[in-house]
Design a protein around this ligand. Sequence first.
Ligand SMILES: [Zn+2]
Length: 149
Amino acid sequence: MSALPEGAAKPLNIARAADACFADLQAYLEDNPHAEVPDDILASLHMLYGKNFAKALEVVDGGGIVCFVGEQTGRRVYKVPGRRAGDTYIVFPAHYCACQSFLFDVVGRGEAVACKHQLAARLASVLGRTAVSRVPDYSIAHMLLEHCA
Ligand SMILES: [Zn+2]
């Protein structure tokens, strides 16, 4: 059995732990729709995401996150506001964000499992804090082309 460098296995394990944490949160909020997020889940998310967790909560509190749902496929893409007025990022919460931090910290250095926009989109979705817009699937493809070109 070959050993992986220590950092190589870490992001995958954190991603799995984060998935489990979000599944717990979703199940809890389905059973208790008006409840606050339990402290143990908040603590777990903070531990998993570090400084990006507080930043993501600020983004969620700032509002303006839109979830676009493809009419045929149900595929979800989010538009998340950036720091500067008028900036928005296209986000697939589990796989992609168009921001620099995603490119450098998540993809390049593997230091973070997600950027604050990905986490904000995921949190806002579970907490019901997004506007939801059903759109033809080609609109989602156009959004990606505009932001990724
Ligand atoms: Zn981002």
